[in-house]
Design a protein around this ligand. Sequence first.
Ligand code: HEC
Ligand code: HEC
Length: 127
Amino acid sequence: VIGFVVVTLCACVPSGADSPPEDAAAEMPKNLQVLPKTMTVLDVKNRMVDVAKSLGVKCSFCHNVKDYPSDENPHKQVARGMFRLVEALNRDHFNYEGAPQVTCFTCHRGDEHPLFAPAEKGKGEKG
Ligand code: HEC
Ligand code: HEC
């Protein structure tokens, strides 16, 4: 039993560009409210790596990394709204022929705070 718990926790530690262990491919997330429920833990983690890079943050910005399904970190709830925002933007406005798809990076560009005004002399006005 102890061995099993250790393996499960290790599977939750982000491993950068390395692929997570095989069993994450079969494991299903416990608390998805906006992402498709067909996504496996591995699918979700791969998506999350892009999300974290887009905001220039670590997993711990939104998660208790010992308990990914937990909603205790308020940034996670904000991020859920952002997932809905991106989905709505793409569905309702970027649906024309050849339309690009908006991502977290489109606005965030590697920063948790998108700019609210044109950058001047290298400094942008943050909200
Ligand atoms: C900007 C916030 C944010 C960051 C950064 C982030 N996540 Fe998430 N993560 C979320 C949200 C929001 C959900 C829930 C999505 C939903 O409700 O459909 C989630 C869900 C998950 C889940 C599913 C948990 C479950 O069982 O329900 C895993 C696993 C996960 N994230 C792993 C990671 C990893 C690994 C990283 C770092 C590479 C990371 N996340 C970075 C916001 C974030
Ligand atoms: C249309 C532009 C836009 C898109 C697309 C977007 N965001 Fe945001 N996001 C913002 C703005 C603007 C803020 C407010 C930033 C601030 O407080 O300075 C914000 C704030 C946040 C915050 C709170 C940051 C904090 O410091 O509290 C999180 C978390 C977040 N976004 C996650 C995401 C994720 C995840 C995605 C992709 C699913 C995403 N955002 C896509 C514009 C966007």
